[in-house]
Ligand binder design. Structure first.
Ligand code: FAD
Length: 317
């Protein structure tokens, strides 16, 4: 079922989560072990991230370095199929522009359609480590908006090959990313919101936000979206802080702020066990306010850990 229909069919806030594929060589059982404790909260859908290739240098026998492309976390499509099969709930693959030509994207979408996947989250992706900025494939999509346009065209039965006659339209519900604290490359919030609106105009039916720790930023973002006519559901993305290291890694990786109060409280914690408890308490407070404000779904970034999310979700679901 489409995410927007799950939302329409529910009178209450829903619980959902995002998982990352296991590292190459790890078993899918480990993934199921992470998901299992969260199934009691009845997630109608689970997102599965997509991870681009990275380049490593291997020394050859002659001493020269060989550049090799490796995928550390393959399997997004297979995991989606496994989740749908194992739990009988919707799995949402993340589809990115980076590393894909438009034709490869089309072929991936055909696979997903055949697998009975109804939703996709359309993203640009980030630059790989060896590139200073994001570089699209020469015949690929440069922005998520272009990817949305491609998927929306397939939903109308328009494939890349214009000579294809009577092609079956796909029927994907398309989600996109939004940034309550602005995407780091955007010169200002209005610029970022203008392109977010474009993604919706081109066919995105819902928005999932980057994680945030200050609900005020989310509420302002929603208000600003509504002011410029973005009227699709906006799903807040949440992650409980769990270690002292998160004080620096979360802002660095996700380009977000941690509010003063949270930063100071983490500073007072004597160890990571205390930070974890604080993260749960902070998460419960955030969720309570968000539910009171009538948000459709609480979407948790699990990042391989389910225990803190389980403690938070138990309060509400
Ligand atoms: P876009 O919407 O294309 O925006 C990128 C930047 O370009 C923004 O600054 C925007 O303002 C600007 N912009 C947009 N369109 C235009 C235009 N036409 N002309 C000029 N400027 C424009 N990454 C992964 O690799 N795998 C994942 O699975 C993944 N999952 C994610 C899930 C969520 C919920 C979120 C919030 C992010 C996720 N990311 C993932 C990270 C994401 O790929 C990065 O944040 C990336 O830098 C931007 O992606 P986007 O889809 O928001 O890009």
């Amino acid at each position: 079922m489409k995410v927007v229909d799950h939302i329409k069919n529910s009178d209450n806030t829903l619980f959902s989560l995002e998982i990352i594929p296991p590292k190459k060589g790890d078993s899918i059982k480990n993934l199921f072990d992470q998901i299992d404790p969260l199934m009691e909260f009845k997630p109608p859908f689970i997102d599965v991230t997509y991870h681009r290739e990275e380049y490593v240098y291997k020394e050859r026998e002659n001493g020269l370095l060989e550049k090799r492309s490796i995928k550390k976390r393959p399997g997004t499509v297979g995991i989606c199929a496994a989740i749908q099969n194992h739990y009988e709930i919707d799995a949402i693959p993340h589809i990115i522009c980076g590393g894909f030509s438009k034709e490869e994207t089309e072929n991936a979408l055909i696979d997903l359609n055949f697998l009975g996947i109804d939703n996709v989250l359309a993203l640009r992706g980030d630059n790989i480590k060896s590139e200073p900025a994001f570089v699209p494939e020469p015949d690929g999509n440069a922005y998520a908006s272009e990817l949305v346009e491609q998927i929306a065209s397939m939903n109308k039965g328009e494939y890349i090959d214009e000579e294809l006659q009577n092609a079956i339209p796909t029927n994907f519900c398309i989600g996109v990313a939004g940034y309550p604290e602005k995407h780091f490359e955007a010169p200002n919030m209005n610029f970022d919101l203008k392109w977010l609106k474009k993604k919706v105009e081109l066919g995105a039916e819902y928005i999932v936000t980057q994680m945030f720790f200050d609900n005020k930023a989310f509420f302002k973002f929603v208000e600003d979206c509504r002011k410029i006519g973005i009227d699709v559901p906006i799903i807040p993305g949440l992650k409980p802080v769990a270690t002292k290291g998160h004080l620096t890694t979360l802002p660095k990786i996700f380009k977000i702020d941690l509010p003063d109060e949270l930063e100071q409280e983490i500073g007072k914690c004597k160890d990571n066990a205390a930070v974890r408890e604080l993260g749960i308490e902070w998460g419960i407070h955030q969720c309570r306010e968000l539910i009171e404000a009538g948000i459709p779904v609480l979407h948790f970034y699990s990042m391989g850990k389910s225990d803190a999310i389980q403690r938070i979700a138990k309060e509400f679901f």
